[in-house]
Design a binder for this molecule. Structure first.
Ligand SMILES: [Mg+2]
Length: 98
């Protein structure tokens, strides 16, 4: 998945620091969504859907980096990303079909 595993290896963050980084990016995404959708008290920040897309990408990258750091090697990372995405999306689809 791009070079997420290699970038994660080259970045000295601990797993805890990376998980906190994900929480930070989730906060930035929340801020962008609140502003872009004109939520009371947040609209003045003038975010757009482009900002929402950027923050969603940041959060997705950091989440994948957590997955990479929790994997023993690049092969396991690739295998697990494919397996987990397929399983989780299938579960989501099942729920929608209920
Ligand atoms: Mg960000």
């Amino acid at each position: 998945m791009f070079n997420i595993y290699e970038l994660t290896q080259a970045d000295p963050k601990t797993l805890q620091e990376r998980a906190l980084k994900l929480a930070e990016e989730a906060g930035e995404l929340a801020q962008a969504v609140l502003s872009a959708t004109g939520a009371p008290g947040s609209a003045y920040k003038n975010h757009t859907l482009e900002d929402v897309r950027e923050e969603a990408a940041d959060a997705a990258i950091v989440a994948l980096s957590v997955l990479a750091q929790a994997s023993a090697d690049a092969d396991e990372f690739e295998r697990e990303v494919k397996r987990l995405m397929a399983e989780k999306c299938a579960k989501w689809q099942e729920k929608l079909a209920q």
